[in-house]
Design a protein around this ligand. Structure first.
Ligand code: HEC
Ligand code: HEC
Ligand code: HEC
Ligand code: HEC
Length: 421
């Protein structure tokens, strides 16, 4: 008997390693799969751009040799910081500005490593920045033994069994969930049965369990480790497409009660005010933890409890995560002032007025150039620009995300004027 439980433990440790490597599969191999089916990227301003496949940026990250100096969660070089530890927060341009501000140091390291400064397309810039933003979303892999503890302490075993262990029979055995590689699908399954489960818990006097994101990851890891489900294939569903999730948000009528960027109902909190910069399972946990209140509000408003199929919940959660990534439009007059105070004007002219070390920026930027392409140009020229800045004894123009929004709004507006002349 003891021997048996020991091998069981060994097995589950082994499977835990598998689920840890699943995390790596998600971050490393998935992008390669994704890259086989490229999707067109729309040339929209960052203010309403959402990535369809945030993991695609992983490929750019490798192609541009970022891994020579940076690790992601321990894998890669160590000249620069491990970018998974930075946990980037903020909008697209907030993140871009972090990169921008490090340019002079990076230029030095590129030279020392004998690497040419990378050149990007607009798509590549958009993808690599989305990818860095996305790292936190992937979260840490689950822990099998903690998962078992949670199922016990949260009372799940009084209605469910898993892996042939004795457990309750009021609910279905949880083994089937093994086929889903991502714990988001465990949440989706719990969510879909939420009202029935809640009613049964009420009648048995069991408190509705609350979760953290890590607990959900741990429970998913445990189910995968001990499940007796024998079906061979696993369902590797997408970790979520924010664009599809935007559609799900409307279709499931979340917008009847929640607003995004000022549009939508006001019965529930505005999604602009909810901080969801956390892992996917963390967001799932928040939704679940508010489920009881949402259920009663939905009943009052005669809205059916929404259930989710396939990758709908993954998409929805990816969308919720990316809401804060979207930049508000910048302020062009403020951008004009910054163009002077940040010394851009000492090297660049607008409409012929200003310095001539760098190119005239109004000539080059037509109406079609969105914020992303201004950024791309700046990054592509950054090595040369930093040489000029340093040789003139000037300081690198450090920018915040807000300053970038404002300057870009100004530059794009000058392009509009000059192209309409
Ligand atoms: C040759 C080495 C090297 C390469 C290649 C490199 N970096 Fe860096 N990077 C650095 C160093 C060094 C720093 C830290 C600079 C500092 O502290 O100011 C840094 C800083 C950063 C930061 C800011 C990190 C933080 O926590 O504030 C970001 C973001 C970043 N790099 C992204 C990238 C991306 C994206 C690529 C690929 C396009 C890349 N880096 C390629 C050396 C490199
Ligand atoms: C009071 C009994 C009860 C408790 C306690 C309970 N459940 Fe359930 N659970 C059910 C019932 C009943 C169903 C099926 C509901 C239905 O058919 O709609 C269900 C369904 C599920 C499903 C969907 C299974 C599938 O195959 O689609 C999951 C996942 C689940 N529960 C997880 C949990 C977890 C995790 C806990 C502990 C936090 C828990 N349950 C606690 C009764 C319970
Ligand atoms: C009938 C109205 C209603 C609908 C429809 C609704 N919600 Fe909610 N939601 C609420 C209310 C009310 C709260 C606040 C509950 C509380 O305070 O615990 C809430 C809370 C939340 C929270 C937590 C916010 C916080 O402050 O942490 C999230 C996330 C959320 N809802 C997402 C969704 C999503 C996604 C959908 C669509 C699947 C949805 N809601 C549909 C009413 C609704
Ligand atoms: C010390 C001089 C200098 C300063 C200060 C400077 N730049 Fe530049 N900039 C350059 C040079 C030189 C180039 C062209 C580099 C090349 O050809 O690779 C350039 C290129 C650019 C480009 C690409 C233009 C194109 O059409 O491809 C943009 C956009 C740009 N800079 C924006 C800015 C902004 C915004 C500021 C202020 C925050 C600024 N620059 C400050 C020297 C400077």
């Amino acid at each position: 008997m003891r021997q048996e439980s020991k091998t069981r433990l060994q097995q589950s440790l082994f499977k835990n390693m598998i689920s840890a490597s699943l995390f790596l599969v998600m971050t490393m191999v998935m992008p390669l799969l994704v890259s086989l089916c490229p999707a067109p990227l729309h040339a929209e301003p960052p203010s309403d751009w959402l990535p369809s496949e945030p993991l695609k940026g992983r490929i750019v990250f490798e192609e541009k040799h970022c891994t020579r100096c940076h690790s992601i969660a321990g894998t890669g070089g160590d000249i620069g910081p491990d970018l998974a530890e930075s946990y980037f927060d903020g909008t697209f341009l907030d993140l871009a500005s972090i990169f921008w501000n490090h340019v002079p140091d990076m230029v030095v390291e590129y030279k020392r490593a004998n690497l040419a400064w990378p050149q990007f397309s607009d798509e590549e810039v958009a993808h690599v920045i989305s990818y860095l933003y996305y790292l936190r979303y992937l979260g840490a892999p689950g822990d099998v033994s903690r998962g078992q503890d949670y199922l016990k302490t949260k009372g799940c075993f009084s209605c469910h069994s898993v892996g042939g262990e004795p457990g309750g029979r009021r609910g279905p055995a949880l083994d089937r969930l093994k086929m889903y590689a991502s714990p988001i699908y465990v949440v989706q399954a719990i969510w879909n049965h939420g009202p029935e489960m809640q009613a049964m818990m009420n009648s048995m006097g069991i408190a509705r369990p609350k979760f953290t994101g890590q607990e959900i990851a741990d429970i998913g890891a445990y189910i995968r480790a001990v499940s007796k489900w024998t079906m061979r294939e696993s369902v590797y569903l997408s970790p979520g497409d924010p664009n599809d999730g935007k559609v799900v948000f409307a279709r499931k009528r979340c917008d009847a009660c929640h607003s995004v960027h000022g549009v939508g109902g006001a019965t529930g909190p505005s999604m602009d005010d909810v901080d969801l910069s956390m892992s996917a399972t963390g967001i799932a946990a928040i939704m679940w933890n508010h489920g009881a209140e949402m259920l009663s509000t939905m009943r009052e408003e005669r809205i059916k409890w929404p259930t989710f199929d396939g990758k709908e919940m993954a998409d929805l959660i990816a969308y919720l995560y990316f809401i804060r990534f979207i930049d508000e439009p910048g302020n062009a007059p403020r951008g004009q002032a910054l163009f002077e105070t940040k010394q851009c004007v000492s090297c660049h002219s607008i409409g012929g007025v200003g310095g001539s070390v760098g190119p005239d920026l109004s000539m080059r930027l037509s109406t079609r150039h969105s914020g992303i392409s201004v950024l791309t140009k700046m990054i592509n020229h950054a090595a040369k620009m930093s040489e000029e800045v340093l040789s003139q004894g000037e300081r690198w123009p450090v920018l915040t995300g807000q300053e970038m929004r404002d300057i870009f709004a100004y530059l794009v507006a000058t392009g509009e004027e000059s192209s309409s002349e």
